[in-house]
Design a protein around this ligand. Structure first.
Ligand code: F6P
Length: 363
């Protein structure tokens, strides 16, 4: 009997459990395989009881559940692990131990569900002889190799609902409402939810903005009788002459944590005489039940990952291209990050219906 391992790495995203469920069901039903669930990403290989058999009973009822039943680890990179020794922090490479633990489990394949960081680790593991297959996960939708990563649709729906809710209170008080949304250096959540929710201003990392152009848009709206405004702002948005805003610096292990641009913009608008309130949606975008679309996509990815593993096509990632699930080399999938095309039809559509991106030069 063959054995497949499965782990979830990096930040969680709605739909992780749907992938795990599809892996277990497809592996057992179609191939008679055993599935081993690894806890807390690659860290699980170093834990005393970090690997355990997953049966259909274990995955029953998890389809609508957010999070991951396996747990995840944001800093779980076996090639650069932070430890504290004699009161001092050190970065060490424990990949040898992880490879040893994987080999001891006699896995025929390891399905790694993660974003670009986790998938890069998966590729490095492959170079150490581990038969990996990747599944693209991230609410940011910034993985180049696939049209859509699971998790994005749910985050988009949550962000859109937030914008809808802000509309009614903005209108009541005739205020500007800034909502800061996730996405790291990619503006997909903000652009799509901003258009879907009818925002008046959308600020995304791919289109640097000018403070004055944003304030002018709101003044113009007021002059035309539109007394309130909604501004959807990516956490990675930044002005033309300035850097992105971080609320925590990075280190050798962690990337810097974005956050604070919404507040800065709110303060700027207030000093420009525009009454403004700021909402930071944060991890609400990642929590809770996945949308039907994400469950559907996650299930297709999970099943496909097992098929790819059984064909022994390793160092590959399952992907959605033109509506079909296929697979491609892992490194090709993540070599360059996916970003909003500032000249693409989505931005053009938004501009066409009067949404400002803060880069307008005619003010
Ligand atoms: O990559 C997903 C994401 O939610 C980003 O949109 C956000 O910047 C980041 O993760 C937050 O990470 P953490 O879970 O470490 O706060």
């Amino acid at each position: 009997m063959k054995r497949i391992g499965v782990l979830t790495g990096g930040g969680d995203a709605p739909g992780l459990n749907a992938v795990i469920r599809a892996v277990v069901k497809t592996a057992m039903h179609d191939y008679g395989c055993e599935v081993i669930g690894i806890k807390n990403g690659f860290d699980g290989f170093l834990l005393p009881s970090g690997a355990s058999l997953l049966t259909t009973a274990d995955v029953r009822g998890i389809l609508p559940r957010g999070g991951t039943i396996l747990g995840s680890a944001n800093r779980g990179n076996p090639f650069a692990r932070k430890i504290t020794k004699d009161g001092r922090e050190e970065i060490i490479d424990v990949s040898g131990e992880v490879v040893h633990a994987i080999n001891a489990l006699k896995l025929d394949a390891l399905i790694v569900i993660g974003g670009d960081g986790t998938l890069r680790i998966a590729h490095e593991m492959y170079l150490c002889g581990i038969p990996v297959v990747g599944v693209p996960k991230t609410i940011d939708n910034d993985i180049h190799g696939t049209e859509i990563s699971f998790g994005f649709d749910t985050a988009l729906n949550i962000a859109t609902e937030a914008i809808d809710r802000l509309h009614t209170t903005a209108e009541s008080h005739q205020r500007a409402m800034v909502v800061e949304l996730m996405g790291r250096d990619a503006g997909f959540i903000t652009l799509h939810s901003g258009v879907a929710g009818g925002a008046d201003v959308i600020l995304i990392p791919e289109i640097p903005f000018r403070w004055e152009a944003v304030a002018q848009k709101l003044r113009d709206r007021k002059a035309h009788g539109d007394l309130f405004s909604i501004l959807a702002v990516s956490e990675g948005a930044h002005p033309i002459d300035g850097a992105a805003t971080y609320n925590r610096p990075g280190d050798q292990i962690s990337v810097p944590r974005l956050g604070g641009i919404g507040q800065k913009l709110g303060e700027y608008l207030e000093t420009s005489g525009i009454e403004t309130r700021v909402t930071v949606l944060g991890h609400v975008q990642r929590g809770g039940t996945p949308s039907a679309f994400d469950r559907w996509l996650a299930t297709r990815y999970g099943s496909a990952a097992v098929r790819v593993a059984m064909q022994r096509h390793f160092d590959r990632m399952v992907t959605l291209i033109s509506g079909h699930i296929t697979d491609m080399p892992l490194m090709d999938a993540i070599a360059i990050p996916k970003r909003v095309d500032p000249l693409g039809d989505a931005v053009q559509t938004a501009r066409g219906i009067g949404i400002a991106f803060g880069d307008e030069i005619n003010h």
